[in-house]
Design a protein around this ligand. Structure first.
Ligand SMILES: [Zn+2]
Length: 327
């Protein structure tokens, strides 16, 4: 009998579920919009219905399901198995998701932070298959990270490790949404880029960039990329600075942990390709400039090959990883 796991990714607004073979092949998927941000029970019961449906559609018996992995944003306490507080789903805090799914499906259920799950996805199914240590960095509206050392997620003493976005790069610098100043994320995330562009056009309302962004429909990292493709030098400068900071952050991680691989993912590499490739080239140049030669020489700095999110597949990897350890 073939064996399968379920991977569940809890996002800010939707839940994605994959039915995955033990070899990492996605055989069926489902997703739905979160039913309520104030309470989790309705969405939780929809989750169990969706899993039942996936198994039924594939004509699989319940016993072919071997485990369930769940990825969630925030500092997840994997031992307690309850969801942490998240600004997107405030009413979900404390939901005993592991217990509920375990009772319903009678299989082991594992819960981890979504960026850690992303790192596991690269390790099991992505570019990191052959390495024992890697750092996964996702750059979108924020910056998240997952650290794998000696083939294991490094979760930290109290499950808080991997918060790469909140390494302090500039003491007393830009205010971060976490409440501290000068975080990596406050300089190198998509949100930081949009803020910088807003400041620029406020100070230079008659600039070409101000006109272009207005035409593109407002300020975001996406419209800024369009301005870059049209040859705007100020947009180029903003991306160049973002990439410089990304390289600085990565260089510190390379010097600190000497990983075999750094894998970049996230919205920063969304099209247009010309802009994404420029940012990537600049990240590599900045990393080379700031990291120590020896650890850098032995570290592959690469982009993810997954073009869509890795959340639910990563959650499946979390289940597979833990099941293998149990054997
Ligand atoms: Zn911060």
């Amino acid at each position: 009998m073939k064996q399968y796991v379920i991977g569940i990714d809890i996002g800010g607004t939707k839940v994605a579920i994959d039915l995955v073979s033990m070899q990492g092949k996605v055989v069926a998927s489902a997703y739905f919009e979160v039913l309520s941000k104030k309470e989790s029970l309705s969405s939780l019961s929809k989750m169990t219905e969706a899993i039942d449906e996936l198994l039924k559609n594939k004509k699989l018996e319940k016993k072919s399901l071997k485990g369930i992995g769940v990825g969630s944003p925030g500092p997840v306490d994997s031992k307690k198995g309850v969801l942490p507080w998240s600004p997107h789903l405030p009413g979900w805090k404390g939901t005993p998701i592991v217990r509920v799914l375990k009772q319903k499906f009678k299989v082991p259920v594992y819960l981890a932070n979504d960026a850690n799950v992303g790192a596991l996805c690269e390790k099991h199914f992505g570019v990191g298959k052959k390495v024992k240590s890697l750092i996964y960095i996702t750059v979108s509206t924020g910056i998240g990270g997952g650290i794998i050392l000696n083939e294991q997620i490094y979760a930290g003493h109290s499950f808080g490790a991997g918060e790469i976005g909140h390494m302090i790069l500039v003491p007393g610098g830009n205010l971060c949404h976490c409440g501290k100043k000068g975080c990596f994320e406050a300089y190198a995330s998509g949100t930081a880029v949009a803020k910088k562009a807003k400041k620029f056009i406020k100070e230079n309302p008659n600039s070409q960039l101000a006109k272009l962004l207005k035409k593109e429909g407002g300020v975001s990292s996406k419209t800024l990329k369009q301005a870059f493709v049209r040859g705007n030098k100020d947009a180029k400068k903003i991306f160049s600075e973002q990439a410089m900071f990304l390289g600085v952050g990565v260089a510190s991680l390379i010097n600190l942990l000497n990983p075999a691989m750094i894998v970049f993912g996230g919205g920063v590499f969304q099209p247009p390709k010309k802009a994404a490739d420029f940012i990537w080239k600049e990240i590599l140049a900045s990393t080379k400039k700031h990291a120590w030669k020896e650890p850098l020489k032995n570290c592959k700095v690469v982009r993810t090959q997954f073009t869509k999110g890795v959340g639910s597949l990563g959650a499946a990897a979390l289940a597979i990883e833990n099941l293998k350890q149990k054997v």
